[in-house]
Design a protein around this ligand. Structure first.
Ligand code: PHE
Length: 476
């Protein structure tokens, strides 16, 4: 096992797992989902999902990984036989697809970081058309400058940074980079929040974010909350199983998981506290009562406009720091996503970590090309007829979301039916003497065997029906 590498200790593991969890999902998606789904009502539903469904699944995933000491496929196979290994392979595939679109969006954020910090992006007048042109600027070979500003290059560089870190191994690559990026990420986040709260009309943003609007409570709010919680905590596809396989036997899993979930949830919450005061500052400046905050436009159109309003110097500083924050959040997640297939090939096929990291990164980058092209360049991918005319990026992201809750459900069934819950408890007792007679043990027994498989299974089916047919049409 020592040749696989491991985390140096508790802090390293927690920061790295939290790094995986904290990502684009927290900084960009959580705030706009909360904004659209009734503010604090969404937060409340999200927290219930985290306590009731995500916490047990995360504990389960990490204990499987640590017990087996292998990649996702190897772990399921070792503890449950070849057939269950398929579930591990499924997770690895899902991870590959998540990374293929995630890296494209991360590339945009990286491009914005460079354009705002060192270029003249904030001099624009129409940020919406700028973004439209930007995402379609895939590869401009006409000049060196054009080439350097192409999305193809931004996303390739981002993937290369990911591969570089993963290739260096667990302690000196993955753990070391998380130990640098995560603290900086928190500092920038808190710094921007403090500044945002001093802006005119900031409190109106805080109110909008925190005062619950029960009129927005729909069945879809529950779906969104659940999907978001799974994605945000990196659950259901083997990332934390793989990270768990590098965890020393002396570490206390349940308490580490509590810290990781709290860290992730707090960043999501704080991101809203950063973004809504900014958005309401813009409303005040423009004298309008609403600006559109749904989807990608929030961070790529609305926020740059806000940085523009701050004036040239301050805008460059705050905007540059904001996109640096997004890049760090994304990079700590892309690393964890790439590690899943890399660990598989290293463990199962005994291939060299270096070669595999670069090879798979290249493959995933290529898988991302149609996603880049789906933003307008190839019309057929921009409007998928079988998917309510949404684009290919949205389609892949939605399919991955669904796979995560399904994967989580199947993992609970694996623990209950195949591996057996007493083996999980045995693993959790290591490094945690008080666990044996604890309430937590009962809670995990109950949730992993009954609550999680039933609810996750049921909700996954409803989510699939909703995605393809629209649940409103069926029930009304
Ligand atoms: N949790 C990450 C985020 O919130 C995304 C992610 C999903 C990373 C699944 C790893 C595995 O952005």
């Amino acid at each position: 096992m020592s040749t696989r590498g491991n985390f140096s200790g508790r802090i390293g593991f927690i920061l790295t797992a939290a790094g995986s969890a904290v990502g684009l999902g927290n900084i960009w998606k959580f705030p706009y989902l909360a904004g659209q789904n009734g503010g604090a009502v969404f937060l409340f539903i999200y927290l219930i999902c985290v306590f009731l469904l995500c916490y047990p699944v995360m504990v389960g995933e990490i204990s499987i990984g640590r017990r087996a000491g292998l990649d996702a496929y190897g772990s399921y196979t070792k503890l449950g036989g070849k057939r269950w290994g398929l579930l591990g392979l499924f997770g690895i595939m899902v991870g590959i697809f998540i990374l293929s679109f995630y890296n494209v969006v991360a590339g945009w954020a990286f491009g914005y970081f460079l354009h705002i910090s060192f270029g003249d992006l904030l001099n624009q007048t129409d940020f919406s058309s700028f973004f439209g042109l930007f995402v379609n600027d895939l590869l401009d070979l006409s000049s060196a400058e054009g080439l350097a500003n192409s999305n193809f290059i931004f996303s390739m560089v981002f993937m290369a940074m990911t591969a570089f870190i993963v290739a260096r191994g667990i302690q000196s690559g993955i753990e070391a980079s998380n130990k640098i990026m995560m603290p900086i990420l928190y500092l920038i986040l808190i710094g921007i929040i403090i500044y945002a709260l001093t802006l005119p009309n900031a409190m109106s943003g805080v109110k909008f974010y925190l005062i619950p609007d029960f009129a927005e409570l729909k069945i879809q709010t529950l779906f969104e909350g659940l999907k978001q919680a799974f994605f945000s905590l990196s659950l259901g596809m083997g990332t934390l199983m793989t990270y768990g396989s590098y965890l020393k036997k002396t570490e206390n899993i349940p308490s580490s998981v509590a810290v990781i979930s709290a860290a992730d949830t707090s960043v999501a919450f704080l991101a809203g506290l950063m973004i809504f005061p900014l958005v309401h500052f813009l409303q005040f400046k423009l004298q309008v009562t609403e600006v559109a905050t749904a989807g990608p436009p929030l961070i790529f159109i609305v926020l740059p406009q806000i940085f523009h309003e701050m004036g040239p110097l301050l805008g460059r500083i705050v905007g540059g720091l904001f996109f640096l924050l997004v890049c760090f959040a994304a990079l700590t997640s892309t690393i964890s996503l790439l590690e899943v297939p890399v660990a598989y090939l290293v463990d199962q096929k005994k291939m060299s970590r270096k070669k595999v990291s670069w090879g798979i990164a290249l493959l995933i980058f290529i898988l991302g090309l149609p996603i880049m092209a789906s933003q307008g360049m190839i019309p057929a991918l921009n409007k998928l007829a079988f998917y309510k005319d949404q684009d290919y990026l949205v389609f892949v992201a939605d399919m991955c979301d669904i796979s995560l809750t399904v994967g989580g459900c199947l993992m609970c069934i694996f623990i209950t039916r195949r591996w057996k819950i007493h083996n999980m408890h045995e693993e959790l007792e290591i490094g945690n003497p008080g666990y044996k007679n604890s309430f937590l043990k009962k809670y995990l027994s109950f949730t992993i065997q009954y609550v999680c498989p039933v609810l996750l299974g049921f909700l996954s089916i409803l989510i699939i029906i909703d995605k393809f047919f629209g649940i409103d049409r069926i029930f009304n």
